[in-house]
Design a protein around this ligand. Structure first.
Ligand SMILES: *[C@@H]1O[C@H](CO)[C@@H](O)[C@H](O)[C@H]1NC(C)=O
Ligand SMILES: *[C@@H]1O[C@H](CO)[C@@H](O)[C@H](O)[C@H]1NC(C)=O
Ligand SMILES: *[C@@H]1O[C@H](CO)[C@@H](O)[C@H](O)[C@H]1NC(C)=O
Ligand SMILES: *[C@@H]1O[C@H](CO)[C@@H](O)[C@H](O)[C@H]1NC(C)=O
Length: 405
């Protein structure tokens, strides 16, 4: 009887409504509910969402949690204090919040004599930061970082086209920025070889890579005009590279950086078999050092066969492959004039291939590749056609015989 009276007394505790805002993914939320259950006989605490079926979110009684009717959505995500019924703190701890947790949670206390709705808690779970936005943000940060770090590589590349018959090609690099007197201008290739260095008002040929020795020139008054373009003399396929033009301040900071990609067309020579001779052209700068070796080699289809060798001031027929014996000739004064062209006499189809000429001295290294194509003589062509005609005539005969039957 006493229990019954107590229950009636407490039923006039006003029902409490509260609202809670959370974000998706939050660790937990405590949905508040208090009621002096210590005075009751065998109370059961029910947390429910009446918009769900089953509506039970959590159930707790003297023996402990009773979760057999729990809605699957809340499986393993709810808890109440073990001593809740003794203290009257019936708050529900809901973990790993999801968007679908939004709703009204009703806390009620039930005894054998009746049920009391104690509190309604409106829970709103908001989308934190949509995941695609998160991914986008990460991407953006990475991209900005990369851009800052590799900013020189994202610069536009200027394309220059040349061919290996040209006397020179210009690699453009111009600036409108007023440059101080003490800058260092470096032309490099993509492998960081120094192509040309200008510092302190003059060129520094001693810093130049051997591939470019004696072949480069920059403009006069380049700091005044801002025209830092490089003239590269007698370009060959060996110069197919990406070049960088960089201006450093005295402290070593990069003031300007530009990229220039040089494309040099293949050198192709075509003749018909039967001509007296063919010339494999190669011109380069004159006044080459006396120790210069000029070495013509066939690389394809024959594997690295010496076509002609000029060493220490004279031809070396002894080093030449017998296939080319007495058939090659170089110019007089070739080191003086820089005309390293090779004359090949009586070319035949068997001379067709890829030829490379190397120019090597103490500190010079140059090379050029040529494609020689020697075509068959027209009479030879006719012969092959005749053979084909004859064989194609023998075939239709039985067919025609069949038709006549
Ligand atoms: C709710 O439960 C989580 C997980 O068990 C726990 O880390 C957190 O401390 C609890 N919150 C409260 C207020 O008891
Ligand atoms: C540049 O020239 C000045 C004087 O002409 C000299 O003192 C200085 O060492 C030079 N710097 C370099 C890097 O050559
Ligand atoms: C090059 O030729 C000079 C004289 O013509 C000779 O003294 C020298 O030994 C030669 N060097 C080589 C590597 O053959
Ligand atoms: C041989 O064939 C060519 C075409 O392939 C043709 O033009 C020519 O007339 C033929 N010659 C004879 C003798 O049939």
């Amino acid at each position: 009887m006493k229990m019954f009276v107590m229950f009636l007394i407490i039923t006039h505790v006003s029902q409490h409504v509260s609202a809670v805002d959370m974000n998706e993914g939050d660790q937990f939320v405590l949905l508040r509910c208090e009621f002096p259950t210590m005075e009751l006989d065998f109370p059961t605490v029910m947390w429910s969402r009446f918009d769900l079926s089953p509506s039970t979110v959590h159930q707790h009684q003297q023996e402990g949690d009773e979760l057999k009717n729990q809605n699957q959505l809340y499986s393993s995500r709810t808890s109440m204090k073990p001593d809740a019924l003794k203290t009257g703190d019936l708050s529900l701890n809901l973990t790993q919040l999801q968007l679908s947790d939004s709703g009204t949670y009703t806390c009620s206390v039930r005894t054998v004599r009746g049920e009391r709705r104690v509190a309604d808690v409106q829970l709103q779970v908001k989308e934190r930061f949509p995941s695609w936005a998160k991914a986008l943000l990460v991407l953006l940060i990475v991209a900005v970082g990369l851009l800052v770090h590799f900013r020189h590589y994202f610069m536009s590349v200027q394309h220059v086209e040349g061919n290996s018959g040209m006397e020179s090609v210009q690699l453009p690099c111009e600036t409108t920025v007023r440059l101080p007197e003490d800058v260092r201008v470096e032309w490099n290739d993509i492998q960081y070889n120094n192509v040309h260095v200008y510092q302190n008002g003059s060129d520094k040929p001693e810093e130049q890579h051997q591939d470019f020795k004696g072949r480069t020139e920059m403009k006069r008054d380049l700091l005044k005009t801002g025209d830092l373009s490089l003239t590269l003399k007698y370009p060959t396929d060996w110069d197919r590279r990406t070049f960088t033009c960089t201006v450093y301040s005295r402290e070593g900071n990069i003031l300007i950086k530009k990229l220039v990609k040089l494309q040099v067309k293949d050198c192709q020579v075509e003749v018909k078999e039967g001509v007296e001779s063919v010339q494999l052209p190669f011109r380069t700068t004159g006044d080459l050092p006396e120790d210069t070796t000029v070495w013509w080699e066939c690389e394809e289809p024959k594997p690295e066969v010496t076509t002609h060798l000029y060493l220490n001031g004279s031809d070396r027929p002894g080093e030449q492959h017998q296939f080319y014996r007495d058939r090659t000739e170089m110019k007089e004064n070739l080191l003086k004039t820089g005309d390293l062209s090779l004359t090949l006499k009586c070319p035949t189809v068997r001379d067709t291939g890829t030829y490379v000429c190397y120019v090597i001295s103490q500190n010079i290294w140059r090379m050029k590749t040529l494609m020689l194509n020697v075509k068959k003589r027209p009479q030879d062509k006719d012969e092959t056609v005749d053979i084909r005609n004859r064989s194609s005539f023998t075939d239709p005969t039985p067919l025609m015989a069949d038709q006549s039957v």
